[in-house]
Structures are given as structure tokens and as C-alpha cells.
Write a protein that binds this ligand. Sequence first.
Ligand code: PGA
Length: 241
Amino acid sequence: MSKTVIAGNWKMFKTQAETLEFLQGFLGHLNDTPDDREIVLCVPFTALGVLSKNLHGSRVKIGAQNVHWEDSGAYTGEISAPMLVEVGVRYVVIGHSERRQYFGETDQTVNLRLKAAQKHGLIPILCVGETKEQRGAGETESLITLQLKQDLVDIDQSNLVIAYEPIWAIGTGDTCEAKEANRIIGLIRSQLSNPEVPIQYGGSVKPENIDEIMAQPEINGALVGGASLSPEGFARIVNYQ
Ligand code: PGA
């Protein structure tokens, strides 16, 4: 059985003060959340310390949104795995489409970052997914197959989460049909050497659609952007029925 992982991806949102405010509104909603759901908050670097100071004794795991492949060096603007581990980070998002689109991330750099994360015991959340044009051209399956092939070279599949995020569904309110997300996630699973890798769906997940998404047999969790910024909204998502 794959683990269930529900992760919030805050992107470039929330100051330290706003992070504290979120925790005050969110943590009280987790008393009845089933134990077998892993809850993760992937936050900006400046909010990581706030989480590590305020999540003691809580079940919420800390996640980052990027990691460099070297342990240290002249890489202005980057952050290394040992730095993340030191502040209590357990998960790290790698290869998000926004990194690929705006910051020149390639399957080769994604692979290097995945290796560095695993070397230091971090669990990577690898994002894959197609654009609207690729979907329109019937290239979804081949594109995802290629991403997986290149991203997963020499990667340990016992320490990995994958997120299927169709780019056209991210931040658009245009969710992928739950059945179609289930189909693509099944396709992703068929290409893995370890079928137990948790595979999330991401792209306009919200309180209104989480129950249907999580009812799909292949879907093991969600990567949630906009809707993870609201303590009540994200609580409803982790407490899906
Ligand atoms: P969204 O973002 O939930 O706001 O669509 C998802 C993501 O980018 O991970």
C-alpha cells in the first residue's frame, strides 16, 4: 500500500508573521485526521525556521520548494540539502513546472537535485506534467514518459513521492477530471520499478473537489497550491472524506 501524502505548496506566499497566523488557525483542525495521512507544508525558505520552532510535537512535516545539488559553493540564490536538514526539513518539491518554466530547470538539473536530496535523507516530491498544447497535440503520455525516464536516472524509488501536475490545471481553477488524473497516475505507476511510490495529483485542488480526487484508486495524495494558503481550506483538504 502506498502512503497517503497531502502537501501544501505555498510558493512565494506568506511572511513569518503570516506563517504563525496560519499555524494558529490550522493545527487545531488535525485532532481527528486519520494517522495514516502524512501532512506536509512546503514553504518559502524564510518560513522554514518558523515551522521548525512551532511544529514541535505536531504531526505536520516541513517541506522546502527547491534544493541545490552541491552541499555548498558559489551558487548565489540557491540552498543546499544540509542547510534544509539542519532546520528540520523532511520533504522537498523538485522540478515544479514553475521552476521549469521560469528558472530554466531541466530534466538534467531535476535529476541532480533529486540525487542530492536523497543523499541527505530528504524525501523529494518530483513534479511532472504536460502543457495545454502538449495535451492538445496528444503528447501527454510520451512527454510524461520522457520526464520520468530522464528525471529518475539512479534515483531510489523507496524514498520518493511523485506529483502529477498538468500545467494547464495549475492555478487556473481548471481541475483535471478525477478519472483522467487517475488514468495518467496509473500510467506513471506502470513505469516505476517500485509501484508503492506515493503519487499525488496537483492542479486546482480545493475543498470542493478533494473528496472525488482521493476516491480514485491510483491517487495517493495531493499537492495543493492556492488552497493550502487558507488554514480552514487546507484543513478541509487534509480531512477529506
Ligand atoms: P494550485 O497549484 O493548487 O494553485 O493549482 C498547484 C501547484 O502548483 O502545486
